[in-house]
Design a protein around this ligand. Structure first.
Ligand code: Q46
Ligand code: ZN
Length: 312
């Protein structure tokens, strides 16, 4: 046990990477203060801008929602019901988001994938693409769509430092230049897309968990059943092993990357691509038919073929 830096109470919460002990009563204020610094340092948004936050019912997005409201920002939530039946995952996660909406007194938009496109993420397995890759496309599609329809200038997501470091690690291993150019805590808006921000990008995953616990957030404890197959999980495990041996290494890795990008404008310049309207759904895309519509068509065709086979 150590003494809390702010009130001297004895505490078991010690953050080696910051050489800092904080008790459970002081932790929420400390966490909120650090997120506020990130928002200001990267000029993510102002108090009079409406923010749409993607919420999943997990600790990170719900923690971010509460932090933003406590800091005086105008943030509403968007929950996408993916139709994951395993262990009632989708039902439970939706319930946590509704609880938080009631606690914060803000708007929560709920998009049910089954109502929108008659398919769920569970159906996605049938077309032999990685479930998480399809899920990512679907989430981005609806976040962009609802943000534009409801005229929000900013999209926020609850990606934490572990997520960002794992993404960076993967992009470096595969030398994904176009993704490396795009990875940053804030991406400016264009005529077609709202500004995208990640206010938790410098907070470790375990700090988000401590915040959720010490500030009474009710979040979904079970992992998405597909998460064990996600490549990012193995990157995270490896990075966490390194972090255990070299405290703060994950923070250095991501912070130094963002600092280098800040200094070198060339690294910030995303490739210029022409944006057109998808021939099927009309959403902005770089190809004739957007990835979302292509995935949807594939799944629908597969389902149709299976029904025809059964009826024969
Ligand atoms: S929800 Fe979707 Fe995650 Fe589940 S299917 Fe994969 S991407 S793991 S954040
Ligand atoms: Zn489309």
């Amino acid at each position: 046990m150590r003494k809390c830096k702010f009130c001297s109470a004895m505490t078991g919460i010690y953050m080696r990477e910051h050489h800092l002990a904080v008790c459970k009563n002081c932790f929420p204020k400390w966490f909120e203060g650090r997120v506020a610094e990130t928002i200001e340092r990267y000029k993510m948004f102002k108090k009079d801008e409406r923010i749409l936050l993607g919420v999943s019912g997990g600790k990170d997005s719900l923690a971010l929602w509460q932090v933003l409201i406590r800091l005086g920002y105008q943030a509403d939530g968007l929950y996408l019901s993916l139709g994951i039946k395993n262990d009632n995952y989708s039902l439970d996660s939706k319930e946590k988001c509704i609880k938080m909406k009631e606690k914060l007194g803000r708007e929560l938009y709920i998009v049910d994938l089954k109502n929108e496109i008659e398919i769920s993420i569970d159906d996605a397995r049938s077309i032999h693409l990685k479930t998480c890759s399809i899920c990512g496309t679907v989430k981005r599609y609806f976040l962009n769509k609802i943000t534009r329809e409801k005229a929000y200038p900013v999209i926020a997501t609850g990606h934490n430092l572990d997520d960002e470091a794992a993404t960076l690690f993967g992009n470096l291993l595969r030398w994904e230049e176009s993704y490396l150019r795009r990875q940053y805590p804030v991406i400016s808006g264009t005529n077609f897309f709202a500004r995208k921000v990640k206010p938790l990008a410098f907070m470790y995953e375990r700090q988000c968990a401590i915040y959720a616990l010490t500030s009474g957030i009710d979040y979904i404890r079970t992992e998405c059943p597909y998460s064990s197959k996600a490549t990012s999980i193995s990157y995270k495990e490896n990075l966490n092993q390194l972090e255990n041996r070299h405290e703060g290494i994950m923070k250095f890795f991501y912070t130094n990357f963002t600092n280098a990008k800040k200094k070198d404008n060339a690294m910030m310049k995303a490739e210029e691509v022409e944006i057109v309207s998808c021939q099927i759904c009309g959403e902005p895309t770089t190809v004739a038919v957007c990835r979302f519509c292509r995935i949807k068509e594939k799944i629908m065709n597969k389902k149709k073929n299976e029904t025809e086979k059964r009826e024969k």
